[in-house]
Design a protein around this ligand. Sequence first.
Ligand SMILES: [Cu+2]
Length: 121
Amino acid sequence: MLSLDQIITLLIGLEGIIFTYWYFFEKKEGVQRVTGSSITIKVDAGYSPSTIVIKKNIPVTLKIVRTDKSDCLEEIVIPEWKIKKYLPINKEVSLNLEAKKTGEYPFHCGMNMFHGKIIVK
Ligand SMILES: [Cu+2]
């Protein structure tokens, strides 16, 4: 039988492993949790980060900077929120959001080739 001390040590160890796994997994997948009032999204051969986690009813500004020259990425579309925005090259475009409902909201380029999503929690 394990003693209580051993069980606690084991649980703390497990938690560390889970946290580490989760942290690196999210990093790898390009997931970014928004903790402040804004987040910068770089547009260069795709979106970085491509998955953004925001909170319901809290305003967030997306600062989108496109450095990719291809026409493909010159527009960002968030269909569910009826957002369609032109992104001039090397110029920051601000998008103010305040999500009223939780869920996943995909976004993509004007030609629907590059994808990302906003997760509202
Ligand atoms: Cu495109």
